[in-house]
Write a protein that binds this ligand. Sequence first.
Ligand SMILES: C[S@@+](CC[C@H](N)C(=O)[O-])C[C@H]1O[C@@H](n2cnc3c(N)ncnc32)[C@H](O)[C@@H]1O
Length: 379
Amino acid sequence: MAGISQDALYADIDLELSWSEQELPQAARTKHVHKLHPYLGKYVPQLVEVFLERYFAPGACVYDPFVGSGTTLVEANAFGADSVGADISVFNCLLSRVKVTQYSLGTLELSLRSTLEEARQAGPLPTNLGGKWLRRWYSKQALGELLRYRAVACARLDDHALDVAKVILSRAARSARLTAHYDLDFPSSPMRQPYFCHKHRRVCTPVGEAAKFLARYTADTVRRIREFDDVRTKRAVEVIHADSRTLDLPMPAHGIITSPPYPGLIDYHEQHRYAYELLELEDRSEVEIGRARRGTSRQALREYVEGMVAVFANASRQLPVGAPVVIVVNDSRGLYPDVLDNAGLRLERSVTRHVNRRTGRRAGQFFESVLVCNVAGRV
Ligand SMILES: C[S@@+](CC[C@H](N)C(=O)[O-])C[C@H]1O[C@@H](n2cnc3c(N)ncnc32)[C@H](O)[C@@H]1O
């Protein structure tokens, strides 16, 4: 940004999409089910609200080919639109599905509380029932409690409640890892001794148990699902575990709202590794587009562009000509003009959004673009 005057910088900033902390405090950004589980790389729900109001009407069907933690689907449902979301990460699909499923609330709460109580009474399971990775990253007590909760949930819960329990288990597993408080996103090695914590500016002790997190997150999850139930509609929502390059949409969609992965920035499977290990989920990170481990070499960027072209070309073939396609990207490498061209999308408008509220290792302000496109024709 060096050399650009403040006026020039802010000239193409869409103020309706750039909120200050006061205008949009954290509690609003993480309202109801949006905070069921940590997820690095999501966009704020209020952004989706604006896009829905601008480019869609209630009753339409919105598609998100990179559904991630389900932000688009939750907001589309509250807006009164049907929605379809796909993701290559099966954990992200689980999380999205748990957010948008409509539950019998009393039964759900009762069964989750009974699971918690039964697991508490039974006590930790032997840790040799967990794999090597789990034994490395947890204290004996914590892993034993997580394994017990998993066993009780699998034995007593049916599909929908079991999915919710899996998200609670995963969230507790994230908090109970032997990591430093300042290094929760991608910790490199377990922290087994007290350490100086850069976040709290004092000596902190690694977590020794998981039970308190299971209890805390059971209560929080039930509360958040109830809050969303007050604003949700009965519109259809489908979450599909698939590679969006080849997905056939299960119902006709009227447009897209999405935020694709950026090249070489985040490993979307790896950030929830504990969930993959504990829930024994299928790992498809080999086909995750733009994953951090792949880097940003010329070859990696070429593959990224090919991947994005394949996803958007596949989607635009299944959308009506003229359908709105809203893409939120940080295209600092200028890759998207090529992507859009080759995917049969016409750029109508590109606006800049000012983002200044990221925390943790990605703290600081930055800018991202909103590419408002439409389907140009057959590719
Ligand atoms: C930036 S995140 C989306 C975040 C989402 N907007 C939210 O608010 O939670 C990008 C997502 O793309 C997914 N992804 C990467 N490659 C994919 C592919 N080939 N097919 C489908 N999803 C893919 C990743 O797993 C990740 O969840």
